[in-house]
Design a protein around this ligand. Sequence first.
Ligand code: B12
Length: 251
Amino acid sequence: MPFYYLAYHMAVNLDLLQSLLAGAGLDLLQPFAAQTYNAAAKDGLMRLNTYNRKKTLAVVIGNTRTLWKPFVADLARCPEHIASEAPLDDYVQSAVQKALTQAATCKHAVHLSADLSPETFIDIMTAAHVAGLAYYNRDLHLCIRTEYGAWIALRAVVVFDEDYLGEDSPQLSDPCPESRSIFREQMQELMASAASGSWEERWEEWAALRRAAGPLHSREHEYGQLQLAYHYTKSKEVLRQAVQLHLGERV
Ligand code: B12
């Protein structure tokens, strides 16, 4: 992030925000102007509050595989969280709120990607794309970042009552254009099968598609075995195993 952001946004310390979020495993953060999302979002979707500014500061927050360790460490400290309906979403929400409490003194609105209520729903793949964080491949329904491929998750957009002083976001191009045609057929087949049953049944094939969606070098950033299984199955048993492993590693 360029230094001038830190100097100008006194009511939002983006440097502090970034480091607090990264400490919690949310290691991707990209500032952008809220208006660019509002112009790009599909009709019928909620628009971000611009606080009557010309260019309003917003950030899109995401993570790579890095999130898994601090999340599991948190579950090891508070195993009762495993029983919650969506432990990872709860963890993210709490980490974002905690970081904002310390790093922002102005009004702000948080839009979590897991929140599906129409009044606050954010089409976060479009947000990540217009912010310049990751390319939105509409055929694969995945955002792809050159370094990490599709091994990223998009967690939240926060809009601040502050001006956006950065440059216009860069126009991204597809880091792996060859994936488009190669996987269209496989994607259609999986979608058809998901429509007639549960898509989780074939989650390993979905994961294989995601693996193939990014450049070769991005494969080193693939989620670990338990992280992958949890993201696709949401199994509590996987979380218990991860906690056991974490506790074993600490002995
Ligand atoms: C709804 C949703 C789904 C639904 C989609 C079905 C449906 N038609 O409703 C289901 C449950 C199938 C799903 C599955 C998965 N999803 Co999903 N999903 C979302 C969510 C919450 C909203 C998408 C949306 O409605 N966008 C708004 C509309 C206006 O845009 P649209 O372009 O018309 O949206 C369509 C596509 O996005 C599509 N879609 C989205 N995800 C998927 C997945 C599949 C398999 C298919 C076929 C279509 C599809 O469905 C949308 C509605 O028709 C987003 C988070 C968010 N807030 O945006 C995550 C999100 C897109 N999903 C994500 C992921 C990773 C997955 C899964 C891998 C499983 C998971 N939980 O990790 C799987 C499999 C995806 C794959 N390709 O491998 C990530 C993508 C990350 C990235 N790198 O791009 C997001 C951003 C969530 C996150 N925390 O990061 N998902």
